[in-house]
Design a protein around this ligand. Structure first.
Ligand code: PLP
Length: 384
């Protein structure tokens, strides 16, 4: 990545640094600009770039190119899925309590619009895993249901039992939407095996640029026309395609797929850090569940998230509080609250590595956190 070598970036779940392959594809596309709808040679070349990227992005989740609709990012992909399900006649929505705001707020908007759909909240257990018994019962109620369950949580990295949920949803003729924005490019994903109807992806979480994403739709799902205009993306999403962004998304998707095995090994570095901080009294959230290999959510009681982020920043380490709103203000983590640890929610910190992270990054991150934790402890003892 491009940040100075003296600083360490462990905030990949916010945005992954642009991969060199993506940068190259981005610049190449920018240097030969053309509208993919133009019939001349340059237009046809741009169309080829878009279609190649469509196949590359589809391959990340094991679907053919035709299942992929390019959009402006994960937020739009989630919105397009939810609005498509509504257009297909779903009568209520169930979302897990740990969904990203992109899903939560879009579902709420469906509720407040005229003829609003009821929205119910699927709880999670202490490890942050969706409660399947609750869902099975909720699905017994009449009415076609849209269920939204993310594949991996952005704060804890906890991976959800999507295949089990899809069996339940299918048995009730519902629609399952999976936000795979954080999981894609970090773990292997097979869209068909998961049994999803729609799936949201975002380029900048896997080493592509910001502002480009994709909605994957299976054969049971009809994607609604959300933006009207020039008929691009087979009429589903009008507007001249972001050719350079899409090309870079495709290149990043290929590189991420090739890097899955080496990313999986990063779990050792993550777990080594976890052991060190736990030995000094920190708690690791979601530790009992399957997690993304490069995500660690920890909490040190009394060590506020914002103070941790600032202390780490001063030490040259870039990490995140569990949740940050767009103003940069840190709120108590609602994901940690949902896991039954409201006591720890104000103290959550997310450390997330990725394709360019090294073992040394994780070690130095641990050193910096432990040094700050010691200082805070000493200050608290002085005050007491
Ligand atoms: N879904 C999840 C789980 C996310 O973590 C994010 C981004 O943080 C989004 C959706 C939104 O994606 P984008 O920033 O591409 O709109």
């Amino acid at each position: 990545m491009n940040a100075s070598r003296s600083s360490i970036y462990l905030d990949y779940n916010a945005t992954a640094p642009l991969r060199p392959e993506a940068r190259e594809a981005l610049l190449r596309a920018l240097e030969s600009p053309a509208n993919p709808s133009s019939v001349h040679a340059a237009g046809r070349a741009a169309r080829d770039v878009v279609e190649r990227a469509r196949a590359q992005v589809g391959a990340v989740v094991g679907v053919p190119a035709g299942s992929v609709t390019f959009v402006s990012g994960g937020t739009e992909a989630n919105a397009l899925a939810i609005e498509s399900a509504r257009a297909a006649g779903v009568e209520r929505i169930i979302i897990s309590t740990i969904e990203h705001d992109a899903v939560t707020e879009t579902a709420k908007a469906q509720n407040t619009q005229s003829g609003g759909l009821p929205v119910e909240i699927l709880p999670v257990d202490n490890n942050g895993v969706a409660d399947l018994d609750w869902l099975a019962q909720a699905l017994e109620k009449p009415g076609k249901t849209l269920v939204c369950l993310m594949l991996a949580n952005n704060e804890t990295g906890v991976i959800q039992p999507v295949d089990k949920v899809s069996a339940l949803v299918r048995a009730h003729d519902g629609w399952l939407h999976v936000d795979a924005v954080q999981a894609a490019g970090k773990i292997a994903i097979d869209f068909s095996a998961l049994g999803a109807d729609t799936m949201a992806l975002s380029a900048h979480k896997l080493g592509g640029p910001q502002g480009v994403g994709a909605l994957v739709a299976g054969t049971r799902a009809t994607v609604t026309r959300r933006l009207h205009g020039g008929g691009q993306e087979r009429g589903r999403r009008a507007g001249t395609e972001n050719v350079a962004g899409i090309a870079a998304f495709g290149a990043a998707a290929v590189a991420a797929q090739e890097g899955l095995a080496s990313l999986a090994e990063q779990a050792q570095w993550r777990d080594a850090l976890a052991q060190r901080v736990k030995a000094q009294g920190a708690v690791v959230l979601g530790e009992g569940a399957d997690r993304l290999p490069q995500t660690l959510c920890l909490a040190g009681e009394g060590f506020g998230s914002e103070v941790q982020v600032m202390n780490m920043d001063l030490a040259g380490i870039m990490v995140s509080a569990g949740s940050a709103c767009c103003s940069g203000k840190v709120k108590a983590s609602r994901v940690v609250e949902a896991m039954g640890r409201a006591d720890l929610a104000p103290f959550a910190l997310r450390i997330s590595g990725g394709w360019a992270s090294t073992e040394d990054d994780w070690i130095k991150c641990g050193d910096a956190w432990l040094a700050a934790w010691k200082r805070i402890g000493a200050r608290r003892r002085e005050v007491a």
